[in-house]
Write a protein that binds this ligand. Structure first.
Ligand code: ARG
Length: 348
């Protein structure tokens, strides 16, 4: 039964449900959805909008659901419309009518807006850590090769002598700016949208500062239409991630050239190279090539987000459900690339 089934006389068509559903890709936000719901339940309890005992029961129920998903005792139902519907449905099955009280003074529109912010805030921190680790590895290599003279190039023609250490440190500078861009995207997503409701807030006497504090947000959003329909932070993050990929791709291109017989400047460790079954002279820089190739995916994700957002009237529109696959793919891809790239440089 859908949350909104009250005014409908028929079940949704099966294939339409599959098309409409986001559970296959938003189920990864189950933890954030539950955290957001626990904070909301606590706040409406504290403000006297529901009974304190109901608020407690809801929080305990949600804790149980989180533990059950974490330890594999509860499977997320892929026929559910989205993760919000699934968690609330499960809670209502466990608690009866009390479970339904959770949705008092909120909408899925402000719920999804808080979930995605919570999810991406964690991922930005993870990626920042990975970028800083790569900067550390580059600095160590640069120190090791501080005195190694090499040709510096313009137009890929030998120009003036430089050191390999100096060349490497150019990448450290790029990555330091990347850290800055990630921090900027983080600042913009550090805003708590609950209380925006569907678009026009709620008439219940809520206290948004309580939820913001419980969820560790820096501040509350100021305009309810913007609160539910802002995805700037997704576009900004995808843009910061795209620029990281530009840098990794450029670095990869140089490594690929330097590994060739024509240059022979560097040799990659065996653990980070591949060979050929019929050409034993070959040692291929596959990892660098893949990183260079994967940059296209992340640029595509940015283009998806810009295009999804550019033509929709305020406030929430279903188009915005398309934000998740794009930003998750960009996040996953950059994390994977850094996981492979950093040890490759470290061991070269
Ligand atoms: N699955 C939806 C999304 O990701 C959640 C919000 C649904 N809101 C609505 N009014 N249909 O955007």
């Amino acid at each position: 039964m859908k949350l909104w089934a009250g005014r409908f006389s028929k079940e949704i068509d099966k294939k339409t449900n599959d098309f409409n559903s986001s559970i296959s890709f938003d189920s990864r936000m189950y933890r954030e959805d539950i955290e957001g719901s626990m904070a909301h339940a606590e706040m409406i309890g504290e403000c006297g909008i529901i009974e304190k005992s109901e608020s407690q029961a809801i929080i305990e129920g949600l804790k149980g659901i989180l533990a059950d998903i974490d330890n594999g005792n509860l499977q997320i139902d892929m026929n559910a419309e989205d993760i919000h519907t699934f968690i609330e449905g499960e809670l209502t099955q466990r608690l009866g009518q009390t479970g339904k009280r959770l949705h008092t003074a909120r909408s899925r529109n402000d719920q999804v807006a808080v979930d995605i912010r919570l999810y991406l805030k964690k991922e930005v921190q993870n990626i920042k850590k990975q970028v800083k680790e790569l900067i550390g590895v580059i600095c160590n290599k640069a120190e090791e090769y501080a005195g190694a003279v090499m040709p510096g190039y313009t137009h890929l023609q030998r120009a003036q002598p430089i050191t390999f250490g100096h060349h490497l440190m150019a990448y450290a500078e790029m990555l330091l700016r990347d850290v800055d861009r990630l921090e900027c995207a983080y600042r913009h997503m550090d805003e708590m949208p609950l209380g925006s409701g569907a678009l026009a807030t709620t008439t219940y006497p809520i206290d948004r500062t309580i939820t913001a504090k419980l969820l560790n947000f820096d501040r509350v959003s100021q305009n309810s239409l913007d609160g539910v329909s802002d995805r700037d932070f997704c576009m900004e993050l995808a843009s910061a991630l795209s620029i990281i990929m530009v840098h990794l791709s450029r670095f990869s291109e140089e490594i690929i050239m330097w590994c060739s017989w024509e240059f022979k400047f560097v040799e990659l460790d065996d653990a980070f190279s591949t060979g050929s079954s019929i050409m034993p002279q070959k040692k291929n820089p596959d990892i660098a090539e893949l990183v260079r190739g994967k940059s296209g995916r992340v640029f595509g994700d940015l283009m998806t987000l810009l295009t999804v957002m550019k033509g929709i009237a305020l406030a929430y529109n279903k188009d915005m459900q398309e934000d998740k696959e794009a930003i998750f793919d960009a996040v996953d891809t950059v994390k994977m690339c850094l996981t492979a790239f950093t040890p490759m440089i470290k061991c070269a």
